[in-house]
Write a protein that binds this ligand. Structure first.
Ligand code: IMP
Ligand code: MG
Length: 336
């Protein structure tokens, strides 16, 4: 499995961070490389009761043996990235593509405009920076001189393709979710780029024939922050009652919630050419499954839910999240 791409199937916050951290520790890739928009994403993973959050570094940082890279298509917030590099003591293994875009303070101010408020953006400066990039006026990492970031710059697409040539395993991390895609999502309530699997590959500089597996991550229910349609949305009280009321990693906003949407899931499989599916937080729907680590430990109702997804989508559900910890996971490829 030389190159595996992991992407979100709904509106982000499907639990990609946890799934990626788990896969990195299991598969030991030589490189984990992040595509996607930039610091508007927040990924969380929990190991031994401690929660780690990243907005810029790949979630595979959980595995100490891999190099951590950020692709040319990604926007970098130097302050956020350098803080994470320090927190995870990751300087020696981090490479940022010299062509990655740089978010400056003024982009964050522009991201508080009236229009940004209507869309419900994260305020991270990502949209305004990408707009400037399209205008060919944005500063790139290669233009930085005396910041700590200049020392991390490199040729990520070359490093990734060379690793694949050597037959090494590369984990490609997507951010956001399929229906936040600028092209395929619920425009105008979307992020500032395409975020489907093809775009994530383009962000890091690998061609479509390089990819062996596309793992599509769904949560057992759907959440979304910011504006835009959310079919069968629950009112806040009902979401709280069901335990579906979550708080966003980056913005601290409450997430809106709705039941699992099979039609959207089917479309996400199509748009990403998914070869495998992960379903996270099944313990929230079926509390009796909490901490299960084998398929047989799941209740009949939970198994029926998983099997209905496989029947409808015609793709295997290979990973099932059953709790906070990255090892609260049913891994069916491991006989779990
Ligand atoms: P922006 O990407 O900050 O411009 O925000 C545009 C829309 O995408 C808003 O609805 C955000 O809440 C949403 N969004 C962007 N990144 C993420 C993410 O990582 N998770 C969930 N929603 C996101
Ligand atoms: Mg998130």
């Amino acid at each position: 499995m030389p190159a595996t791409v992991v992407v979100g199937g709904f509106f982000g916050d499907e639990g990609k961070g946890k799934v990626i951290a788990y896969m990195a520790l299991r598969d030991r890739p030589s490189i984990a490389v992040r595509g996607g928009v930039g610091p508007n994403a927040g990924h969380t993973f929990t190991i031994d009761g401690r929660a780690y959050k990243v907005r810029m570094l790949p979630s595979a940082v959980a595995y100490r043996g891999c190099r951590l890279m950020i692709g040319a298509g990604v926007l970098v917030d130097p302050g956020v990235l350098l803080k994470e590099v320090e927190e995870f003591d990751a300087r020696a293994r981090t490479v940022v593509d010299a062509n990655a875009g740089v978010i400056e303070h003024r982009h964050k101010e522009m991201d508080r405009s009236e229009h940004a408020r209507v869309i419900g953006t994260t305020g991270s400066g990502s949209g305004p920076a990408n707009a400037e990039r399209v205008s060919r006026m944005l500063k790139l990492v290669r233009d930085l001189r005396d910041e700590g970031l200049a020392g991390l710059a490199g040729d990520v697409s070359l490093l990734v393709n060379e690793a694949l040539d050597r037959g090494e395993h590369v984990l490609v991390e997507g951010t956001q979710g399929t229906f936040l895609s600028l092209y395929h999502g619920t425009y105008p309530f979307v992020t500032s780029k395409d975020v489907t699997a093809s775009a994530i590959c383009s962000d890091v500089g690998i061609g479509p024939k390089r990819v062996d597996d596309v793992l599509l991550v769904f949560k057992a229910y759907v959440t979304r922050v910011g504006a835009g349609t959310l079919e069968n949305e629950l009112d806040r009280e009902e979401a709280r009652r069901r335990g579906w009321l979550e708080v966003a990693t980056v913005t601290g906003r409450e997430r809106r919630a709705a039941p699992f949407n099979m039609a959207l899931a089917k479309r996400a499989v199509m748009l990403n050419s998914a070869t495998q599916i992960a379903v996270t937080k099944i313990d929230v729907l079926f509390p009796e499954c909490k901490h299960a680590r084998a398929y047989e430990q799941l209740s009949t109702a939970a198994r029926r839910f998983i099997e209905s997804i496989e029947d409808e989508l015609r793709v295997s559900v290979t990973l099932i999240g059953t709790g906070e910890d990255i090892y609260d996971m049913v891994d069916r490829r491991r006989g779990g």
